[in-house]
Design a protein around this ligand. Structure first.
Ligand SMILES: [Zn+2]
Length: 190
């Protein structure tokens, strides 16, 4: 649709983007397996999910992998018709391949978005009331529930994974208000 010259030019640009992008993503993903550092989480959030940089990266990847796809299919009845007829015919699967690429790109955006949010929670500091089984946001001083608790312990998100702690209702309401959705407890309950 955009013309062959512009298309080829964009395709040339896609190579360095893929090379640099893949390197950065690989390093960050590997790091996220082994450490829970907040700056890794910040960088990960910057370059994955619905961030503009990741969208450009996925677009470059789709552009790079977008090739003409021809599929040879044997024609089974050629003998009965004529010996001169071609024995195979060519199908163009280019559009199908393009659609597959776009679907893969969308799922990459979706899953990396989930991953970056989960990792952000893992790296965040929370206040845990172990006896009540509730955790609070670290940066809320005026939580009414936390104020009544006398045994709050500072922990990292990943430390309470799988332990069944509940996110404080008061903090949850506040977090939703300021749109910090990743503090919701769906990530560690599984
Ligand atoms: Zn709270």
């Amino acid at each position: 649709m955009i013309g062959k010259d512009l298309y080829d030019e964009l395709k040339d640009y896609s190579k360095p983007i893929i090379l640099i992008g893949s390197g950065i993503l690989l390093v960050l993903f590997l790091l996220s397996f082994f450490v829970h550092w907040r700056f890794v989480s910040k960088l990960l959030s910057l370059v994955t999910g619905t961030s503009l940089l990741f969208l450009v990266y996925i677009a470059a990847l789709i552009l790079f992998l977008d090739k003409e796809v021809d599929v040879e299919e044997p024609i089974s009845y050629y003998r009965h018709v004529s010996e001169q007829m071609p024995k195979t015919r060519t199908f163009k699967l280019t559009i199908v391949w393009g659609v597959v690429l776009i679907l893969l790109g969308i799922s990459a955006i979706f899953f990396s978005n989930r991953y970056r949010k989960q990792y952000a929670f893992d790296c965040s500091t929370i206040l845990v009331d172990q006896s009540a089984g509730i955790y609070h946001l670290e940066w809320i001083d005026d939580c009414e529930v936390a104020a009544e608790s006398d045994c709050l312990e500072e922990m990292k998100g990943y430390e309470i994974k799988g332990k069944g702690y509940r996110f404080c209702d008061w903090c949850k309401e506040y977090a939703e208000y300021v749109e910090v959705a990743y503090y919701s407890d769906r990530f560690y309950r599984k």
